[in-house]
Design a protein around this ligand. Structure first.
Ligand code: ARG
Length: 425
């Protein structure tokens, strides 16, 4: 009799090189008898990705790959977010949330192309990231099985280190890391440890891109950002490729302490959590874009777009990047950007960024209309008639309401009201 040898389950693991995903390689082999392909997607996280890849092989991956997705991240994800002035709950520029769909898409593509039966990621069962990964993978790779080891195993950090030791897993030993950090070109997220208590001020040690406040220059710096159709293309007059532009913005704004965000956030899974971010470039570019739009977009469009922006930001946060609604909203946003071409000068100082100059060939601010000088072409005499008609409905409504208040209630009404009061007591 011949023994049937079942083909091993091939799993493509979204691999960062950190403790969780290093342990996951061995854990997947042990618990799923899987062969593991470790896949790192470079979205601009700092740190030594190539070293992590070499380590993945030594830790038992049958294959380990590094895909550079930085440019795609900026052009396909960050620029639409800038155009949509995307801030979750008005404060968080969605750095982690924007990278997840790209990582999930890459993971799915590699899995489908290599005939893998499953993908895996290192998300916990409490956060937004599992939602973002799983929804994107279900959407783009319907047949794929998803394994989330950290959601399944019952290990804390100490257990994981013990597991690594007993299984001879090589981990990059860092100084007792008490925070969970996620990083990409759009910013850093720092959570956990002492930060879990919203009543504890974030310690300086969590920041890496915004130096110590003592190092923030005492004199302000001006940064000029040029946009073409809602996309930043130049910094201080210098044409920069997308990735370089974001990195430069991070460096310049970071030096002034811009983009520190301390937020009590509402997660998709229904819990509130205290989140800290460091997103200097994002906050500077978003401020510049918003300022330029105020100059070139008409009032009704700005007001309507604000609703779209809010919904867009919620969708991105909630893991619905690959959805018909998000795509339709992006199409709307993009149609508003034809005129968002021009320059904004930002003033960076001691953790604050604000626009101090803006100009555009499509500016709707017409000097000949707004000036108080004698070149004014605004027909002021017409204002009287305009105001008369403009205020007419309000005048009428006010008069009617006054007379309603003055009218004495009828006997019948009084009786009914009194009866109701009696019955309800
Ligand atoms: N709360 C943020 C979000 O949902 C960031 C989570 C990032 N993960 C981390 N381990 N810091 O987008």
């Amino acid at each position: 009799m011949t023994k049937s040898t079942k083909a091993k389950l091939r799993v493509v693991l979204a691999y960062s090189g950190g403790l969780d995903t290093s342990v996951a390689i061995r854990w997947l082999q042990e618990h799923y008898d899987a062969e593991v392909v470790a896949l790192s997607v470079d979205v601009g996280q700092e740190g030594e990705l190539q070293g992590a890849i070499d380590r993945a092989y030594r830790n038992g991956a049958v294959e380990a790959d590094l895909i550079d997705a930085k440019e795609t991240f900026v052009t396909e994800f960050l620029w639409p977010a800038v155009q949509a002035n995307a801030l979750y709950e008005g404060v968080y520029p969605l750095s982690t949330a924007l990278a997840r769909p790209l990582i999930a898409r890459t993971l799915t593509q590699v899995a489908l192309a290599s005939g893998a039966g499953a993908v895996a990621h290192g998300c916990t069962g409490k956060g937004n990231d599992q939602v973002r990964f799983d929804v994107a993978i279900h959407t783009l790779g319907p047949g794929l099985r998803i394994i989330a080891p950290v959601r399944e195993w019952n290990m804390n950090r100490t257990d994981e280190i013990a597991y690594a030791k007993s299984h001879d897993i090589e981990i990059k030993v860092t100084v007792a890391k008490s925070y969970s950090v996620d990083e990409n070109l759009w910013g850093r997220s720092i959570e956990g440890g002492a930060l879990e208590d919203p009543d504890v001020a974030p310690p300086e040690e969590i920041y890496e891109w915004t130096g110590h406040p003592d190092s923030w220059p005492s004199t302000p710096e001006l940064l000029r950002v040029d946009f073409e159709r809602g996309i930043p293309v130049r910094l201080n007059g210098k044409l920069l490729a997308p990735v370089e532009l974001v990195r430069t913005a991070n460096r310049i704004a970071g030096a002034h302490g811009i983009g520190r965000i301390d937020h009590v956030e509402d997660r998709v899974v229904g819990i509130k959590s205290r989140e800290n971010y460091e997103c200097p470039g994002a906050m500077a570019l978003l401020e510049a874009h918003r300022a330029l739009e105020t100059l070139v977009l008409p009032r009704d469009l700005l007001q309507f777009k604000a609703h779209v922006e809010r919904r867009f930001s919620d969708l991105v946060y909630e893991g619905l990047w690959f959805s018909p609604l998000r795509e339709a909203l992006s199409a709307f946003v993009s149609s508003t950007q034809e005129v968002v071409t021009g320059s904004v000068t930002l003033r960076l100082h001691q953790g604050n960024v604000r626009a101090v100059r803006r100009s555009s060939e499509y500016s709707l601010l017409a000097p000949e209309l707004v000036t108080y000088g004698n070149t004014s072409q605004f027909p002021q005499e017409l204002a009287v008639g305009f105001i008369h008609l403009y205020g007419l409905p309000n005048r009428l409504a006010h008069a009617r309401r006054e007379s309603a208040r003055a009218a004495k209630p009828s006997q019948e009404t009084k009786r009914r009201v009194a009866g109701k009061v009696l019955r309800s007591t």
